[in-house]
Write a protein that binds this ligand. Sequence first.
Ligand code: ATP
Ligand code: MG
Length: 212
Amino acid sequence: MITLALSKGRIFEETLPLLAAAGIEVTEDPEKSRKLILATNRPDVRVVLVRATDVPTYVQYGGADLGVAGKDVLLEHGGEGLYQPLDLNIAKCRMSVAVRDDFDYQAAVRQGSRIRVATKYTTVARQHFADKGVHVDLIKLYGSMELAPLTGLADAIVDLVSTGKTLVANHLVEVEHIMEISSRLVVNQAALKLKRDTLRPMIDAFASAIPA
Ligand code: ATP
Ligand code: MG
C-alpha cells in the first residue's frame, strides 16, 4: 500500500492533475465526505487528509509514504527525514512582510527601532530580519495574521500573499517580498528504498505533468 498525504483545499485540487498523470484517480470527494482516508482507482494507493502543516510530519515518520507540502511549511518543519525530489509548481504565492498602510516601515527600519512582527512563520521571519540586521520581537500566531497590525498586537506581519486582496481589504500594504512559494513533493526516505518499484514511476509521472 502507498499512502499519500494531502491537505484539503488548494493543494488537494492542484495535485489531482498530477495524480491523473500517474493514472491515479481519487474516487471520493473530500468536500462531500467526512472521511480522512480516501480510496483511489488503484487498490494499492490511498490518500490521507491532514492539516497542511502536518504533511511533513506524517511523511517523516512514515504515516504516509509521500505528500505534498508548501515551501513555507517545509521551511518551518526543517525537512528532516524527507526526500524532496520535485518542486510541483502548484499552490503558488509569495511570503511577504506587510504593515498597516499608515505605518512607516522604512522609517522604523532606518531608525533601528525594534519592530513587533506577528507570524505563523517564525523560522523564516527570524532569518529574514536577522539577515537585514533589523531587531524584531516575534509573536507566533496560527491564523488571521492580518488582524495583528489592526489591533495593535504587532507593527508588521509575515504572511503568504497571492492576489493581495486580503491585504487591501484590511488596510495593509506589502513592504517586502521575502520569497516565492510553491508546493513540493516530499517522500519518506525509507519508503523510497523499500517501495522504490512503485514510487519511482509515480514520481516520474508527476514530474512529467508539472505545470509551467
Ligand atoms: P488552514 O487553512 O487549515 O489553517 P493552511 O492555511 O496552512 O491551513 P491552506 O490555506 O490550504 O492551508 O494552504 C496550504 C498551502 O498552500 C500553504 O502552505 C501554502 O504553501 C499555499 N498557500 C497558502 N495560501 C495561498 C494563497 N493565497 N495562494 C496560493 N497558495 C497558497
Ligand atoms: Mg489557509
